[in-house]
Design a protein around this ligand. Structure first.
Ligand code: IFM
Length: 478
């Protein structure tokens, strides 16, 4: 039996725009994703987050289902335009009430809420003023964070500030694939800095409010491997690591941007708009790091790519419906690399008297990853496959052996990383439900639970039942 440590938390994740629907209900304002999805050609199937999974109205039945599956935790995000329909002014009570009820419902079901404060649905009114390219947006995010923390902070113990800042900054502002659909390197780099600043401001406010619990950020991290042994490809893989992972991890853990990445951007007349005190704010110690891992990047040098000089090429392994290579070992590599490179040096700087049990294991008792000053939580991991709903003996079923294999492979990789000392404290499968997969619309299904969109019926896939057993046994077969 591959047993997971005591206290290891098992959950699933979603985000507001991807599941809630009811985009015009109860005073919710317009978000950049409402605007973006309305533009022809942006979304593969021309869809939007309306009605998604209608979770805004079906949350009670969704919690019952979570309970039936034995989930211990549920990660969801706050829709910013439900709380601040125009991005500023007075908060909308109906928006806050929704999340208040959701949190109470989860706690009544003994499910730990993990709240993401920003999962990509910026109020359109703030975009109209410049969006994340404008420094003030970070201050507006602080307002949102304070309002939500004041309302839910007596019950919510786990918080994430921003989900996947690389995706927000670069897919949204350089590659134009996500809202707001811009294509400008300087803007993307500005945005990335303001997202980090927003994280720092929210974390500072969390400390000032003196709330119990923990706050972190979720980064999308990949394993990187050069496409060949050619020196240009080796260098391109190093560059990808610095421009993507290091660009966020270095400021968060070391209080500076990576020199190589800064030099790369400076050569293109681009610089993050750092003001005095920003990096200190960004590098405040956080309480955990959220790791979102799906695949590795096989990186080739591509001089025709104007912004990064990088091209990701297909790896040798099987791929999911997203075209992403299944490479579980990469998760182990990422976790041990982050532990070695970022967590361990920080731990070494903590005075011995206040060190975590990891450093001083007491005889006979297993150290808990939660005792580490900055444990890692897998806040997303999962796979899209073309699932089919079939009726068998009057019952609806979805057989998804590939997803089970994907999840199992990644859980084994986590177990291995734990043996190597990485303090991994929890795992959130992406996603609880099939949902609106951004530019791919409803054409990709990531859920452990199948959503029959015409009826909104929920059917747990075989993977959901498999995951229920993993949770019940707190581990996997050896
Ligand atoms: O659906 C997304 C999620 O919103 C953020 N991380 C990756 C997932 C799959 O693409």
């Amino acid at each position: 039996m591959l047993a997971f440590p005591e206290g290891f938390l098992w959950g699933t994740a979603t985000s507001a725009y991807q599941v809630e629907g009811s985009t015009r209900a109860d005073g919710r304002g317009e978000s950049i994703w409402d605007r973006f999805t309305a533009e022809p050609g942006r979304i593969d199937d021309g869809s939007s987050g309306e009605p998604a999974c209608d979770h805004y109205r079906r949350w009670r039945e969704d919690i019952q289902l979570m309970q039936a599956l034995g989930l211990q935790a549920y990660r969801f995000s706050i829709s910013w335009p439900r709380i601040y329909p125009t991005g500023e002014g007075a908060p909308n009570p109906a928006g806050l009430d929704f999340y208040d009820r959701l949190v109470d419902g989860l706690l009544d079901a003994q499910i730990e809420p993990l709240v993401t404060l920003y999962h990509w649905d910026l109020p359109q009114a703030l975009q109209a003023q410049g969006g994340w390219a404008r420094r003030e947006t970070a201050a507006r995010f602080r307002d949102l964070a304070v309002t939500v923390m004041e309302r839910l902070g007596d019950r919510v113990k786990l918080w994430l500030t921003i989900n996947e800042p690389w995706v927000v900054a670069f897919l949204g502002h350089l590659y134009g694939e996500h809202a707001p659909g811009l294509r400008d390197l300087a803007t993307a780099v500005r945005v990335s800095h303001h997202l980090l600043l927003a994280h720092g401001l929210a974390l500072q406010a969390f400390r000032q409010l003196n709330l119990p619990g923990r706050m972190g950020i979720s980064l999308d991290l990949h394993a990187y491997v050069p496409a060949s042994s050619a020196p240009e490809d080796q260098e391109a893989a190093q560059r990808a690591l610095a421009l993507e992972s290091g660009w966020f991890l270095d400021p968060l853990f070391r209080g500076r941007y990576p020199d190589t990445a800064l030099a790369w951007y400076q050569a293109r007349q681009v610089e993050p708009p750092v003001e005095p005190g920003d990096l200190e704010l960004i590098a405040q110690p956080m309480d955990f790091l959220g790791v979102n891992y799906y695949t590795r990047h096989v990186v080739a040098h591509d001089p025709s790519e104007p912004w990064t000089g990088i091209r990701n090429v297909a790896g040798p392994g099987p791929v999911t419906a997203m075209g992403w290579e299944v490479y579980p070992q990469g998760l182990q590599e990422v976790l041990t690399w982050v532990h070695r490179t970022y967590l361990a040096p920080r731990l070494a700087a903590v005075p011995a008297s206040s060190r975590a049990r990891e450093e001083v294991p007491s005889a006979g008792s297993q150290p808990s990853p939660w005792d580490h000053p900055c444990p890692l939580i897998i806040t997303e991991n999962g796979a899209a496959y073309p699932d089919e709903l079939v009726e068998e003996g009057g019952e609806l079923r979805v057989a998804d052996p590939e997803r089970i294999a994907y999840l199992e492979g990644h859980l084994r990789a986590i177990w291995q990383a734990l043996q190597e000392g990485a303090p991994v404290a929890g795992y959130f499968a992406w996603s609880f439900l099939d949902n609106f997969e951004w530019a791919r619309g409803y054409t990709r299904r990531f859920g452990l639970v199948y959503v029959d969109y015409p009826t909104q019926r929920r059917i747990p896939k075989a993977s959901a039942l498999w995951y229920r057993d993993v949770i019940a046994r707190h581990g996997l077969d050896a």
